[in-house]
Design a protein around this ligand. Structure first.
Ligand code: P6P
Length: 339
């Protein structure tokens, strides 16, 4: 990576003024995510070496209890975000309830809440497949000066002020938006610096990749089955290519670059789908729309859904706009034929 490329730090400073009502706190927040991402990246990259794979309870070299990587990542992001006087609350896939951050904020003056999936796809680490961290940021809606409440976390995704992911892949990238497009930064591990490698990321309008776990085919709604068969038909630019890594951040990232649709439908095995609305689907939907793509539950815009609970699941279809539009057509045809 040429050192003439803009670094993440320079990018944050240059764009801080462009971010509405920013008093630098959001920049500090993105910077703390950058730091945690580097530390987690180091652990993920050596996971196979120090037998950290799923063996919680072992002692590490300093005699501390070794943690599973997702627990390690969870602790790292929570500690890094908590100790910089930026956020008033954090919710995580690894935590049953939200965490009120008042270690240095006893007057509850901090404005932001963060929701994270600290290590999505962690089961893939044992087989050396890419994994990712996903984050979502909101301004609190309850009065500053009072303790954060669940209401601050149960906001529709359209209220997000920032969202992004870290993909720990063949290279480690931080991809995020603050509502002014999507930019991707690649880590140079030799010097621990993220460089702007993918400015203004955008889905190709049409794609030829569909990503779904076809092992669940017989359990899918009729509309999804019809769309999958549509992708496989010999007609026009079809058949499409099937690509499914089983790690959403990686499938999402590839499809945003090349064009495609990612699908995790509901099924008779998972009535609400598998993916979580607040810290998986909402941040990815914000990124998708900022990259001129689309994200839907098959009928409704993901970002319009009013959450009921912290760990709520939702069917998820996300990617190139024309492909999601076509999927929705099949879903709506099925719904109409059921009446
Ligand atoms: P399945 C990983 O566990 C994850 O949460 C996503 O990253 C991924 O897209 C999905 O689950 C894979 O689920 O049921 O196809 O193995």
């Amino acid at each position: 990576m040429s050192h003439t490329h803009q670094t993440l730090g320079e990018f944050i400073i240059e764009n801080q003024a462009a971010f509405a009502y920013s008093s630098g706190e959001l920049s500090k927040l993105i910077n703390s995510i950058r730091l945690a991402a580097k530390v987690v990246n180091h652990e993920v990259n050596k996971a196979g070496l120090v037998d950290i794979l799923g063996n919680a309870g072992n002692k590490n070299e300093s005699g501390e209890n070794q943690q599973k990587l997702d627990v390690y990542a969870n602790d790292m992001f929570i500690n890094t975000l908590s100790n910089r006087n930026i956020v008033c609350g954090i919710a995580s896939e690894e935590e049953e309830s939200f965490i009120s951050i008042n270690s240095q904020d006893e007057n509850h003056q901090n404005k932001y809440v963060v929701l994270i999936d600290p290590l999505d796809g962690s089961s893939n680490i044992d087989v050396n497949v890419s994994v990712g961290t996903i984050f979502s940021v909101y301004r609190r809606v309850t009065p500053i000066g009072t303790p954060v409440t669940i209401e601050d976390f149960l906001q529709p995704g359209k209220n997000q002020v920032a969202a992004g992911y870290v993909v720990y892949g063949t290279s480690t990238m931080l991809v995020y938006t603050t509502g002014a497009g999507v930019n991707g930064f690649t880590l140079n591990p030799a010097i621990g610096t993220f460089y702007l490698s993918h400015p203004n990321m955008s889905y190709p309008k049409n794609g030829r990749i569909y990503s779904v776990n076809e092992g669940n085919y017989i359990h899918f709604p009729q509309g999804v089955k019809k769309y999958i068969k549509y992708c496989q038909q010999e007609e026009g630019d079809r058949p499409y290519t099937s690509r499914y890594i089983g790690s959403m951040v990686s499938d999402f990232h590839r499809n945003m670059l090349k064009g495609g649709i990612f699908m995790y439908p509901k099924s008779s095995k998972a009535e609400e789908g598998k993916l979580r609305l607040l810290y998986e689907c909402n941040p990815m939907a914000f990124l998708a729309e900022q990259a001129n793509g689309k994200a839907s539950d098959g009928f409704n815009r993901i970002l319009d859904i009013r959450p009921r609970e912290l760990h709520q699941r939702v069917p998820f279809f996300c990617g190139s706009k024309n492909m999601v539009d076509k999927l929705e057509e099949f879903m709506q045809e099925e719904q109409a034929s059921n009446y």
